[in-house]
Design a protein around this ligand. Structure first.
Ligand code: FO1
Length: 328
């Protein structure tokens, strides 16, 4: 771990905005570096009611990853999973397109019970994270329902129907986040973003359209980001013009956006700096922002630690830039 590199931000809070698999990898690196100083604000636009249960896929991916329970190969769900429940359900003729593992099922059952008894998603997530010994604060972006709807050439699709059911095949025309105008960011999310001691905000290399935009669709969060004096740094999810996993570049093409780092920079007009991969080095000149070129591919734990340290170092170097942004 390269802990000695981030002395200027040591002991100060850092916020990460995060979706599922790719984002959670960086969140783990950040947690290993700064532990309880990290707050992860997680997309809940993917949440849905399935088989009578409240499923929060991105929260669970972050909880399992930071708790050391995740299946590294699959990216989602728990390691050492068994599938007796879903197979038995299939034998009864039930729905099996969205696979709930036996261990994972415990999370959905317990969360559904908690929500029905009046406990908020924020409270449930915090209690679960505490029980699993997770150092960072993991915060759902909101306790109100916000639903990502994928508007495709084949009609409007709820997120998981598009993502898992149809394997992202339909052509995307636009994304909608239902109820986002009315939904409130939780008080915990706003407190984290408004903390006067905040050292940095890191936008993880999650899908900008499917995973980060639902968070930015909440007006409280957009307003908080607009006035924050801490540096805001995004990590591009593209490496050599491709996403490591998932439909990011397919969606960019369908929306008529070039799959390059400059498009990612334009997508986040409020950031102070962008981190891009070495494979995209030649694109740095086209980005009208401070840019850090480093290896953003996270195969090993050491890769996660190194990128996390790069994020904090880079953010630290942009403190004056961020102050100038808020002064203008
Ligand atoms: N992804 C799949 O590709 N297939 C599944 O059957 C599936 C089940 C599933 C169950 C619980 C959970 O928390 C996540 C699950 N995911 C599955 C992942 C999830 O759909 C996506 O990775 C995220 O929503 C996108 O970040």
């Amino acid at each position: 771990m390269s802990a000695q590199r981030t002395t200027s931000l040591r002991g100060r809070p850092v916020v990460a905005l995060c979706g599922g698999v790719g984002g959670a990898k960086l969140a783990l690196g950040l947690q290993r570096l700064i532990g309880a100083d990290l707050t992860v604000i997680v997309n809940t636009g993917d949440d849905f009611e399935h088989l009578g249960l409240h499923v929060s896929p991105d929260i669970d991916t972050v909880v399992y990853t930071l708790g050391g329970l995740s299946d590294l190969e699959r990216g989602w769900g728990r390691a050492g999973e068994s599938w007796n429940f879903i197979e038995a359900l299939g034998a009864l003729g039930g729905e099996t397109w969205f696979r709930l593992g036996d261990r994972d099922l415990a999370m959905h059952v317990d969360r559904t019970r908690a929500l029905r008894s009046g406990i908020s998603l924020t409270e449930f997530t915090a209690a679960t994270a505490r029980r699993l010994g997770i150092a960072a604060d993991i915060l759902p972006m909101s306790d109100d329902r916000v639903e990502t709807m994928v508007i495709t050439a084949e009609g409007a699709l709820p997120f998981q129907r598009y993502f898992v059911g149809l394997q992202c095949a339909p052509v995307v025309k636009r994304l909608e986040f239902s109820n986002a105008e009315r939904a409130a960011a939780s008080s915990q999310v706003l407190a984290a973003l408004r903390n006067p001691d905040l050292a940095a905000i890191i936008i993880c290399p999650s899908n900008p359209y499917l995973s980060v935009d639902p968070i930015l669709a909440l007006s409280d969060i957009r307003k908080a980001l607009g006035v924050v004096t801490a540096p805001i740094v995004a990590v591009s999810p593209l490496i050599g013009g491709q996403a490591v996993k998932g439909p990011t570049t397919k969606i960019m093409a369908e929306l008529g956006v070039a799959a390059d780092s400059a498009s990612i920079a334009r997508h986040y007009p409020f950031i102070d700096g962008l981190i891009i991969d070495e494979a995209d080095r030649t694109e740095a000149g086209k980005i009208d922002l401070p840019t850090l070129i480093t290896s953003t591919f996270m195969r090993s734990l050491a890769d996660r630690d190194r990128l996390a340290a790069d994020c904090l170092d880079f953010a630290g170097s942009l403190a004056a830039v961020a102050l100038r942004r808020t002064a203008t």
